[in-house]
Design a protein around this ligand. Sequence first.
Ligand SMILES: NC(=O)c1ccc[n+]([C@@H]2O[C@H](COP(=O)([O-])OP(=O)(O)OC[C@H]3O[C@@H](n4cnc5c(N)ncnc54)[C@H](O)[C@@H]3O)[C@@H](O)[C@H]2O)c1
Ligand SMILES: [Zn+2]
Length: 443
Amino acid sequence: MGAGKSTAARELGGTDADHLIESAAGKPIAEIFREEGEAAFRALEEQTIVLALGGGAVASPAVRDALADTLTIWLDVDVDTCWERVRGSDRPLAQDETAFRRLYEERRALYAGVADVVAKDVHDVVLAAAGVHVERGALRRLGELLPGDGAVALVSDPQVAGIHGMDAQLALGSRLTETHELPPGEEAKTPAAVDRLWQELRLDRSGTIVALGGGCTTDAAGFVAATYLRGIAWMPVPTSLVAQVDAAIGGKTGIDLPQGKNLVGAFHWPARTVVDSALLETLPDLQRLEGLAEVVKAGLLAGEPFWELPDDELVRRSLAFKAAICLRDPHERGERAILNLGHTFAHALEAAAGYEGLTHGRAVALGLLAALRLSGRDTQLVEDVLRPERARVDRERAWQAMRRDKKARGGEIRLVLLGPDGPQYGVVLPEADVRRELDRLIA
Ligand SMILES: NC(=O)c1ccc[n+]([C@@H]2O[C@H](COP(=O)([O-])OP(=O)(O)OC[C@H]3O[C@@H](n4cnc5c(N)ncnc54)[C@H](O)[C@@H]3O)[C@@H](O)[C@H]2O)c1
Ligand SMILES: [Zn+2]
C-alpha cells in the first residue's frame, strides 16, 4: 500500500499487449506462433493485462498460483515512504502505524516469493515491462541474463569488440557458438553488411543474436535478427550513450539505402535489453556529446533535467522515458512522434550537409534550439549543456530538405513543440516563422 502501483499501471496503460507477451514469454511472437501455435498465442493475448494487484492479494494461494506464469513486478518501496503516502487516508489497513509496519514486514517474504522482477520505482516497472535490464557491471553477467536456451551469436563492431568483446565472450560462456563483426559506423547499416551476416550465421530458430555495440551495431544486428529465418530472438547490449538511451530502446531496427537513412527495417522488440552504464567509461567524449543531445531532448519532453544526473541515473531515466512511450505506441501511430522534438530541423541540416561534417547529435542540439524558440522557451540550458555551433550549410538547401520532409507527410511541416501542458506533436506554424528559425541555426 502506498508504493505507487496505480501510478505504474497508469504509466503502462494502453500498453500494446504484444510486448508484454514477448517480455513474459521471453521470446518473439513469431516464435510463440511457430512453437506453440496461434491458439496458444491468442490465449496469452487474452490473459495479458496490466494489473495493479492489491498488497494483500498474494496472501491467497490461488492468486500466487495464477502469478506463476505471469510477469510479476514487485514495487519494493521502503515502509517510511509508504506510510507517509497513506497516513491520514481512509484506507482501513492504514489507520494504525504499528499495525501497518507489521503487515509490511509480514508480506515481504510473500512478495519476494512471487516476484520475477523487483522494482524500486515506477521507472523500474516500465523497464521490467519493456524487458530492459539496467545494472552497472551487467556485462559480466550476460550469460545469466540470456533469454531462451539455444545457441548464441555475438555481433559487434571492430572497436567495441577490441575493448569489451573478450569480457562479453567469457560472460556468455558455453552457449556462445559464433562471433561476428560488422563494419564500423554507418557502414554496418548497409545491404552488403547485413547480407554478409545473414550468410555467415549458423544459428537455428532457437538461437539468439547478442548485439554488442553502438546504435549502428544494434540497428543492423537487430534487423538481421528480425529477418534471419523469418525472425529470431535478439538481445542488444548497447555500449554508446546514443544506443543506451535511444537506439537500442523501442524495437526499431534497420539499415540505410543510398536514397536515405533507415529506409529499410522492421519493428522487432528484443527478448531482453541489457544496459550497463560502466561501458560508457571507454566511450570517447565526442560520442558522449552525441548521446547527451538525446538525453537533453528526453529531459525537455519529460520536464526533468535528466542531463544533471550521475551516469547510472541519467541513462536509467532517459531510457525509461523512451520505453514507456514506445510501449504505449510501439508502431508510432501517435504519441511516439514527440520523440522527434528538434529532429525536423536536425534532419534538414544533416541533409543540407550531405551527411558529412555535421553529426546527428550536433544537428539535434541545433534543432532543440529552434524547437524551444518556437515554443517560447528559454534556450540557455541547451546552450550550456550541448554548446551548439551554427551549421555551415547552404540555407536554401536546408529549406528545400525541410519542404521535402513536408511533402512526405502530406502538405505541411509538422513540428513537435513544448506547450504549457507538455509536448505537442503535429503542430503547424506559418512557414515564414519556421524558415526564420531554420536560418538562425545556420552560420
Ligand atoms: N533504432 C532507433 O530507434 C535509433 C534511435 C537513434 C539512433 N539510431 C541509430 O543509431 C546510430 C548511431 O548510433 P551511435 O552513435 O552509437 O553510433 P556507432 O554505433 O557508430 O557508435 C559510435 C562510435 O562509438 C564507438 N563505441 C561505441 N561504444 C563504445 C564504447 N563503450 N567504448 C568505446 N567506443 C565505443 C563505436 O565503435 C563507434 O566508433 C545511427 O545509425 C542512428 O540511425 C537508431
Ligand atoms: Zn535523434
